[in-house]
Ligand binder design. Sequence first.
Ligand code: MRU
Length: 333
Amino acid sequence: MKSEVVPIRMVNEDTFFIEMIDQKELPQNEIWVACKTVEDVADAIRSMVVRGAPAIGIAAAYGVLFAIRDHGKESFDKYARLLGQTRPTAVNLFWAIDRMKTVVEDYEGRDLAGRLKVEADLIFEEDRENNLRMGDQAQSLFTKPSNILTHCNTGGLATGGFGTALGIIRAVHHAGNLKKVWVDETRPYLQGARLTAWECMKDDIPSTLITDNMAGYFMQKGEVDAVIVGTDRVAANGDVANKIGTYSLAVLCKFHNIPFYVAAPVSTIDPNTPTGKEIVIEQRSSEEVTHVSGKSIAPEGVKVSHPAFDVTPGNLVTAIITEDGIFTSPYAF
Ligand code: MRU
């Protein structure tokens, strides 16, 4: 059974718009937020109503459609800038905006908005298809029942459906080769505890939630057979930016001789960024560190640092699993 958790749904009233499930509210509340304008979409990405690199790209594609429909094709640069400033690390955001730009520039018919809707829908559908293919590709890596650890949320919520790293875990489960998934809670934003645990329970995927600092404990006990994570950007040399805490996992895997896999659609590979050093790391608010569920857990006024992502060198990555195949070091994209 394939999961149908998706972050975005269509509303075809007089004027077409989208709704996004508010991922800040999950798992307690399932609230769908209407996004009718490009500004609504930009706000939703910035505030993390929608998150996860592929889902951010899909949302941005609809944002471009709304911008051109409502303000004309001359407004493209202005609104591409607005969308591009929301979250800098996820390359899928820029990839999707560029793909929509090509349509804006090349289309010669009379219904540009209609054509842009087709393109945004395609970006959405293709992402889900790619995730299913990624799940198939990965089967050769999981031929016996395994305990797999994952970080952050890379499931249906973070993509056009099914998921990247969590999609592979789902596929391994469907093939009967998943003992269980260790779900890292993913401090500070808790995407693992709130979103991955929710998706796993919804789909009866055997899962156990742990805090991030327990990963080493279970590796030392021999209870982790592999780690699979997603990524926001793969540099041309195979360095991988992903949710803060990913690099620590890769180093732990190296020490314990555990395979460390990265799952990514080809749209997350950025040949224009030579190495991880050039990847812009988003810095988020200190409040996301000092507060949990709106409650302060640190002394008022304490200095805080909050990089939202880190970079794992390609030589710590056992393989990068894409819809088009499995790549191993030395990487050259
Ligand atoms: O800050 P987030 O929740 O957008 O970060 C998400 C991640 O780090 C994911 O691992 C990545 O975007 C891949 S999602 C398929």
